[in-house]
Design a protein around this ligand. Structure first.
Ligand SMILES: Cc1cc2nc3c(=O)[nH]c(=O)nc-3n(C[C@H](O)[C@H](O)[C@H](O)COP(=O)(O)OP(=O)(O)OC[C@H]3O[C@@H](n4cnc5c(N)ncnc54)[C@H](O)[C@@H]3O)c2cc1C
Length: 498
């Protein structure tokens, strides 16, 4: 229990039917669906930040933008009317409209850092302990159902590997998750370590102001340079089709195209690779060493293909303002980075775009009937609920398709589960393995051969496991889940109601 609460055992508690943790795109979407689909359900959203947005509020590095299109990253119920790749500000404006248009603000309580959640089988309730950032007051909430929309990584700080000599470097070492507003990079030599979407965003955004900016990567990533426009959407708008219809059609078309690329990546990876490389080569020219810098070792689509709007990263490289070095780091020195080849990359500023720290259940200490929860010992029910954890659903979105697609499928599932509980007069629902599952082979939360982001590899041992058949799989496959999850059998014996 938190110190603050221990010192104040008399803290009054407030009760809601449902408590949503987090006011990012998942939590705000959850609030919308709950008001629409279960208007009589009382609920509150608790958020540790001072405002909504999650990822899109806490990241403030230059150029911060989405790497997937907003027709699918946006909600299914609110048309996206801008360019497909959006800035964080545009996403926040969009989310703000959802909150205003649907009167959701009254449900959200900001600056509430939840530290502890305990389930009581006797009371059929979760009790959550939080501290208010503004007043430092402890607060307590109880709820019948807990909807975890806390994302998957720690917002307070990113992941920076421990390289030898880091303390010797003379300039600032900055992680994009904690971007100093006052960082002056005008006419400076900048090295960005990393090859993911963050590096691909930062480099073109900073290149014009820097003396030179270098992307230092251990190994290449797949990128898709593409105009930041959607031709179909533009045509539909030109002929005055309503935005709701444009949104629906363009979403379907993008998802259809993704499905084709996903299947082709499995069946004909070389074909997909060549198509992806062609777009980059067109900008960088035939003499550029594509093999070293832009031909990944993994199969396309093992991670979401990051869209590079208008090919800006590659135009930066072609102009000479930016460059790519694909090498291993030996150590940091006073002047920059010593590479294993013996070369030194000089730098005034080093940016470590090296990823996230996985955050398990919002860094909240969970207890079930007084026992500390070991999340890694649990088995997932369709990547949403967990054996032995009553009345709780976690939103973990897609890696390859847009996150929000899964967040909304799970919102519908929450509604179905609550309806099923009501229909049975049940106060508790919990997934439990049955006798037929005793010999089931268990594997990691996601298949590392299929998805390989570093933060997952580093944190997989902390996450629950999946089985080898439904409903114990976490498939990460939008194209099967979109059909299966909405009709998933809630009465097949895997969910225990009481
Ligand atoms: C820079 C960046 C770009 C990305 N771009 C894309 C993209 O283009 N497409 C895509 O599909 N995905 C993208 N992602 C993945 C992205 O995180 C998700 O798509 C999505 O925004 C996650 O939304 P969320 O609401 O589930 O979680 P988050 O955005 O992480 O929000 C969770 C919220 O929960 C709050 N919270 C957590 N723990 C607690 C606690 N203990 N108490 C109270 N509040 C808590 C946090 O403060 C936060 O506001 C990107 C991620 C990053 C970092």
């Amino acid at each position: 229990m938190t110190d603050a609460v221990e010192k104040n055992p008399e803290v009054e508690s407030q009760h809601f039917d449902v408590l949503i943790v987090g006011a990012g795109i998942s939590g705000v979407g959850g609030a919308y669906h709950l008001t629409r689909q279960r208007p009589d359900t009382t609920f509150v959203v608790l958020e540790s930040q001072a405002d909504f947005g999650g990822t899109w509020r806490t990241h403030t590095y230059p150029g911060i933008r989405s790497d997937s299109d907003l027709y699918t990253f946006g909600y299914r119920f609110k048309p996206w009317t801008g360019a497909p790749i959006a800035t964080a500000d545009e996403i926040l404006t969009y989310m703000g409209e959802v909150i205003d248009d649907n009167d959701l603000a009254r449900h959200i309580r900001y600056q509430h850092q939840i530290s502890h959640a305990s389930w009581s089988s006797e009371d059929h309730l979760w009790t959550l302990e939080a501290t208010r950032d503004d007043t430092a007051d402890p607060v307590r909430y109880t709820c019948s159902f807990l909807w975890m929309c806390q994302g998957y990584y720690r917002h307070s700080e990113g992941y920076t590997p421990d390289w030898p000599g880091m303390d010797r470097f003379d300039g600032p070492i900055v992680h994009p998750q904690n971007w100093p507003a006052e960082l002056d990079y005008e006419a400076k030599k900048v090295v960005v370590i990393g090859s993911g979407a963050t590096a691909a965003t930062l480099i073109p955004a900073m290149a014009d102001k820097c003396e030179h900016i270098t992307m230092l990567q251990r190994s290449p990533t797949y990128f898709v340079p593409r105009n930041n426009a959607n031709e179909l959407a533009d045509t539909l708008r030109e002929i005055k089709i309503e935005e709701e219809v444009v949104h629906d059609i363009v979403r379907r078309k993008i998802l259809h195209d993704h499905q084709i690329v996903a299947q082709l990546s499995l069946d004909h990876p070389e074909l997909v690779k060549n198509e992806l490389f062609k777009g980059i080569r067109e900008i960088l020219g035939d003499d550029y060493d594509m093999d070293t810098h832009f031909k990944p070792r993994y199969r396309p689509w093992q991670q979401r293909l990051a869209l590079v709007p208008d090919g800006d990263l590659f135009h930066g490289i072609a102009s000479g303002k930016a460059s790519v070095v694909t090498e291993q780091i030996d150590s940091f020195t006073e002047e920059g980075i010593l590479l294993e080849s013996g070369d030194t990359l000089e730098a005034d500023i080093i940016v470590t775009a090296t990823g996230f720290n996985l955050n398990v259940l919002g860094d909240i200490a969970f207890e079930i009937d007084g026992e500390a929860l070991d999340f890694s010992s649990k088995v997932t029910w369709r990547g949403t609920m967990f054996t032995g954890i009553p009345n709780m659903i976690w939103v973990f979105g897609y890696f390859r398709a847009s996150w929000t697609l899964r967040a909304e499928l799970i919102a519908d599932l929450v509604v179905r589960v609550l309806d099923a509980m009501d229909a049975r007069g049940a106060t508790t629902v919990v997934p439990e393995l049955g006798p037929a599952d005793a010999e089931m082979r268990l594997s990691s939360w996601v298949d590392p051969d299929n998805f390989n982001p570093g933060y997952l590899a580093r944190g997989m041992h902390l996450l629950p496991r999946q089985g080898d058949k439904q409903p114990w799989l976490h498939t990460q496959d939008y194209w099967t889940e979109k059909d299966e999850l909405p009709v998933a059998d809630l009465d097949d014996g895997s969910l225990h109601y009481s």
